[in-house]
Ligand binder design. Structure first.
Ligand code: FEO
Length: 396
């Protein structure tokens, strides 16, 4: 399938409707994804990025129906991760001498993955490649999302090829931001930012300011996943600037797991206490064992504070919480508060472990938490409500 983007620029990627897990099993993709590849057919012809390896044969054979592969003058590899470079071996088998434009780190990553000696052409920020009357300008974008990542910009058509930045895992036949459901689109954008880009927020802000300082007109942003931003592309740039600044809404997210319901009862009564004291705050509860981990991470991203609860088991916490805490530690959330709770039968270490883990993950833990022995009594339930009322003030 070939879809016109603007003038001589066409999308030639792959829509992956079936994808449900990405990065191995780390990221849920319930709406599938796309691997966007672009053909720029000016006096000279450039191909920007390819697709994930399982679709390599299909991609190259579709591309060969659109253009004689030997007419491709340049391949641009904005990013070496396999979801974008996966079809390079298949493609370059057919056109082995074609130059591959990438960053110095791109050479290391591509060679490390494929162990081939391709005709690499290393580019840096500001380097230009003439396609005739238009040029590609390269902009290195390290850690957005790997050290090798870069953007490129097509003069004349004013298109930024941003690779992972501004993308979403969102399959759609329509491919353009103005043609899809806006709630679905922005929900997937936020989930993608929260789960993938949060650790690099300071770099996101700097890179956007650097691009804006170049004064290049921006008509379209061609990402490597999901939709192409052709209607008001600045909206996603502005949204990224907000997300990059320790984003939070007036939300407190309670995340727990439970063995015999005691910790669940505590969670629900703490929520009740928070709501009683602060009716405006948006309280959400998730039993992490039965929830989508990446959706919960997106809720944590939106929150000003979190309250984590686990019963004590074998002097520790339940593995569902432990897994989430490991993930959250790597995401380096900023300026968020936290509290902890949990039931126990004898040793009762869970609250201390949760508090220490949240502190290590960069959260400000407001107190020692609330522990309940065995099943909460009527009186204990009231204590949970009171604790929620106290948290409503302290987590603001
Ligand atoms: Fe879509 Fe970092 O790859």
């Amino acid at each position: 399938m070939k879809v016109k983007v603007k003038n001589n620029v066409h999308w030639v990627g792959k829509i992956d409707w079936e994808l449900r897990k990405f990065h191995g099993n780390e990221y849920s993709t319930r709406r599938g994804s796309t691997y966007n590849s672009y053909l720029i057919d000016e006096n000279k012809t450039a191909l920007v990025d390819t697709v994930w390896a399982p679709f390599a044969k299909e991609y190259v054979s579709n591309l060969a129906r659109e253009i004689d592969l030997k007419k491709i003058d340049f391949v641009v590899a904005n990013h070496a991760e396999i979801d974008h470079s996966g079809a390079l071996p298949e493609l370059l088998e057919r056109i082995p001498d074609t130059p591959v434009y990438c960053t110095a780190n791109g050479v290391k990553s591509l060679t490390g993955h494929y162990h081939r000696e391709w005709n690499f052409q290393v580019v840096k920020t500001g380097d230009r490649l003439s396609l005739g009357s238009k040029e590609l300008i390269f902009i290195e974008a390290p850690m957005l999302h790997w050290p090798d990542s870069m953007f490129c910009y097509l003069t004349g058509d004013n298109i930024l090829f941003s690779n992972d930045a501004f993308g979403q895992h969102y399959a759609s036949e329509y491919l353009f931001n103005d043609l899809v459901d806006q709630n679905e689109l922005f929900s997937e954008c936020l989930k993608y930012y929260a789960n993938i880009l949060t650790p690099f927020s300071s770099l996101v802000e700097k890179k956007i300011q650097e691009f804006l300082s170049l004064g290049l007109p921006l008509d379209i942003i061609c990402t490597s996943h999901g939709v192409i931003w052709r209607k008001d592309p600045a909206q996603i740039v502005e949204q990224y600037l907000k997300w990059a600044k320790s984003y939070q809404e007036n939300q407190i997210t309670i995340v727990y797991d439970t063995m015999w319901n005691s910790t669940r009862v505590m969670a629900e009564r703490i929520a009740e206490g928070i709501r009683r004291t602060d009716p405006d705050v948006h309280v959400k509860l998730f039993n992490i064992a039965g929830s989508d981990k990446n959706d919960v991470v997106a809720e944590v991203f939106k929150s000003k504070a979190v309250v984590f609860g686990s019963p004590t088991i074998n002097r520790g916490i339940l593995t569902s919480l432990a897994g989430l805490l490991e993930e959250i530690k790597g995401l380096s959330f900023k300026d968020k508060k936290a509290a902890v709770f949990g039931s126990y039968g004898w040793s009762g270490e869970s609250t201390r472990i949760l508090a220490e883990s949240l502190q290590q993950a960069g959260f400000t833990v407001v107190d020692d938490g609330l522990k309940m022995l065995w099943n909460p009594s009527e009186q204990s339930i009231e204590e949970c409500v009171s604790y929620g009322q106290k948290l409503a003030k302290e987590l603001s």
